[in-house]
Design a protein around this ligand. Structure first.
Ligand code: DHK
Length: 149
């Protein structure tokens, strides 16, 4: 049987997630994005997975990075922030990338305003995790790394 590709996972954070730690800590927690990325890298090292963490406030930049993942990455973990609820271009790019997708939200979007209850990404995702803060990315990473075992 051909050997699976080693895990090579892209972690994308969308708009305003560069403000973690400062932004509404009661909702998003006290960890900064650097803290989140360090925890992801540490878990990836334990799992023997390659990981690349990127953040952008620009929809088109996220789309470009998703396109570039096609044939290169074994999974994408994405917290598209507010674009989860508004963007068609991001889910279109995720479908075109043909890479398993995990959707993460730090907060429980279903306990919040109704406009956050729908995500255009959820129906194409392998898994959706919300409300578990930083741990959500780590649970997604555990699962994404297993796809390459
Ligand atoms: C992050 C955001 O920036 C919001 O726009 C989403 C998500 C929720 C989160 O919980 O991580 O509605």
């Amino acid at each position: 049987m051909p050997k699976a590709m080693p895990a090579n996972i892209l972690v994308l954070n969308g708009p305003n997630l560069n403000m973690l730690g400062l932004r509404e800590p009661a909702v998003y927690g006290h960890e900064t994005l650097a803290d989140v990325n360090a925890a992801i890298q540490a878990r990836a090292d334990e799992l023997g997975a390659e990981v690349e963490c990127r953040q952008s406030n620009h929809e088109g930049e996220l789309v470009t990075w998703i396109q570039q993942a096609r044939g290169e990455k074994t999974a994408i973990i994405i917290n598209a922030g507010a674009y989860s609820h508004t963007s068609i271009a991001i889910p279109d790019a995720l479908r075109a990338a043909e890479v398993p997708v995990y959707e993460v939200h730090l907060s429980n979007i279903y306990q919040r305003e109704s406009f956050r209850h729908h995500s255009y990404i959820s129906d194409l995702a392998t898994g959706v995790i919300c409300g578990l803060g930083l741990d959500g990315y780590l649970y997604a990473l555990n699962s994404a790394a297993k796809l390459s075992d």
